[in-house]
Design a protein around this ligand. Structure first.
Ligand SMILES: [Zn+2]
Length: 476
């Protein structure tokens, strides 16, 4: 009888939690890591996978993805496969409902672990946009019961008043529910003014500030000054925020206009203003004609961007209620926000996340590897940003490291190509030869969502968010 199920041999192991940066073998049994050592006897394993020349990191955890919900021009569940192909072993969906997320995982899951935040969309996932505090508490409790890890406030689309926004944050904190925030209230926007409002909304509480780079596009000041200010805001309340930054230039937004032809989403209006387009139907049409606005759509089983005539036809056919993308995220902002450190030498922004999944921008590894080649991140920093820190953010204490007994989630990177070449989830190969070898997946939920997760028929794992960095040392 072989002693190990799997032996991943010959790669350079990058395990920041255990300070291992060395060529080593990783032995796996029963879905868990057993040992990491310089040379483990090959004959002791049922299967040996040779990854010489590659880097081996604890499975990549993408802390901001979109694989749930419903979209007019694509099936978000296609994102499960897109994530697996990009080397992700665990993803956190930032804005759907537990039901659509679990349904998508049953239909098109790729064997990865996924938990989700329920999006707060008045008239759709919640009844109205001005719920009083008791109703807010019920909304949060209900999201947890349905299997979500918490909720997501989408200030760039359906902003609340500052009071309601603060109430949602407080209710999540009270119930130890995860709370993700796309900044902006009825008094500010999805910009630096929304970012400036964050400390007042969070008070002494805790909050995940989503995709910080999306607020440093130069809408209010010079983008580099906006980055410095964003880093200062986050540093001033160190320990109270989780945050991430994505690296892709294209964003994702909605072209939807009201009956008077005015663009409804604050994000889309900001994109138009950045290049002096009018914030109405005609402004969008001109931006499509000029190739500035693209339409996001499903094509040939994957999701991509289309432009010009094809984009215009979809925009018109959907009567403006159409997913759009603008090339508004600045590489300079992504660079500064990803590499920025505080006076203790800690990263200000915890993680690199994609805001991808079904959005075609799953480039975490490619961009982090580019920063490694550039000398802006060390290989260990990369493992911190892609795996260790996100594991702490969400209380995934058994992930993000290779200690004995850790979940055998592994991402193998070819440093020459700057890409993931294989992954394992609980010791099972998921990404193999540029294809996805698994289906389904494991739901991440809290103890309060266990019954719903069980009813989904999918395997699930219970996460204790009081163990997360978000709630570390939180007594409120
Ligand atoms: Zn997002």
């Amino acid at each position: 009888m072989p002693r190990y199920d799997l032996l991943i041999v010959g790669g350079t192991v990058l395990d920041p939690a255990n300070s291992i940066e060395a060529v080593a073998d990783v032995a796996v049994s029963g879905g868990r890591v057993e040992r990491v050592e310089a040379e483990i006897d090959r004959s002791m394993a049922a299967e040996v996978v040779d990854v010489r020349g590659c880097w081996v990191i604890p499975g990549m955890i993408d802390g901001h993805v979109h694989v749930g919900g419903e979209r007019a021009t694509w099936d978000p569940a296609l994102g499960f496969r897109m994530l697996a192909l990009a080397g992700v072993t665990t993803g956190i969906d930032f804005g759907s409902t537990p039901e659509t997320l679990f349904d998508g995982m049953r239909r098109l899951g790729s064997g990865i672990n996924v938990g989700g935040l329920m999006v707060l969309r008045p008239g759709s996932t919640i009844p109205r946009d001005d719920p009083p505090p008791p109703e807010v508490r019920d909304i949060v409790a209900n999201a947890l019961r349905r299997g979500a890890l918490g909720v997501k406030i989408i200030g760039g689309y359906d902003p609340f008043t500052p009071e309601v926004t603060a109430d949602v944050i407080a209710a999540c904190n009270e119930q130890r529910a995860y709370v993700g925030y796309h900044v902006g209230t009825k008094e500010t926007g999805s910009r630096m003014d929304g970012m400036r409002e964050v400390p007042g909304l969070v008070g002494n509480g805790r909050l995940h500030v989503a995709h910080v780079n999306a607020y440093t596009r130069g809408s209010i000041a010079d983008p580099l000054e906006e980055c410095a200010e964003a880093l200062d805001i986050l540093t001033a309340k160190k320990g109270q925020y989780n945050s991430e930054v994505h690296q892709a230039i294209p964003n994702g937004t909605s072209g939807r206009c009201d009956d008077d032809g005015r663009v409804m989403a604050d994000v889309a209006r900001n994109c138009l203003r950045l290049r002096d387009y009018s914030t109405d139907v005609e402004g969008i049409r001109q931006a499509i004609r000029d190739g500035y606005a693209s339409v996001i759509r499903e094509k040939y089983g994957t999701i991509g961007y289309v432009k010009y005539g094809e984009a215009m036809a979809i925009f018109d056919e959907l009567n403006t209620d159409c997913p759009l993308s603008f090339p508004v995220n600045l590489p300079a902002s992504a660079f500064l926000l990803t590499t920025g450190r505080d006076s203790d030498g800690d990263f200000v922004i915890d993680a690199v996340a994609s805001d991808g999944g079904s959005h075609p921008r799953n480039i975490n590894i490619e961009s982090a590897m580019a920063l490694v080649r550039f000398g802006a991140l060390s290989p260990m920093d990369m493992a911190v940003k892609l795996s260790y820190n996100p594991s702490r953010m969400f209380g995934l204490t058994n992930k993000g490291h290779f200690s004995p007994g850790a979940d055998a989630d592994v991402t193998v990177i070819d440093p020459a190509a700057g890409k993931a070449v294989s992954t394992f989830v609980a010791g099972k190969a998921v990404l193999v030869n540029r294809e996805v070898a698994q289906s389904g997946g494991t739901i991440l939920t809290t103890a309060r969502g266990e019954a719903s997760a069980r009813n989904s028929g999918l395997p699930y794992e219970v996460v204790d968010l009081s163990e997360s960095k978000l709630y570390a040392g939180f007594a409120g």
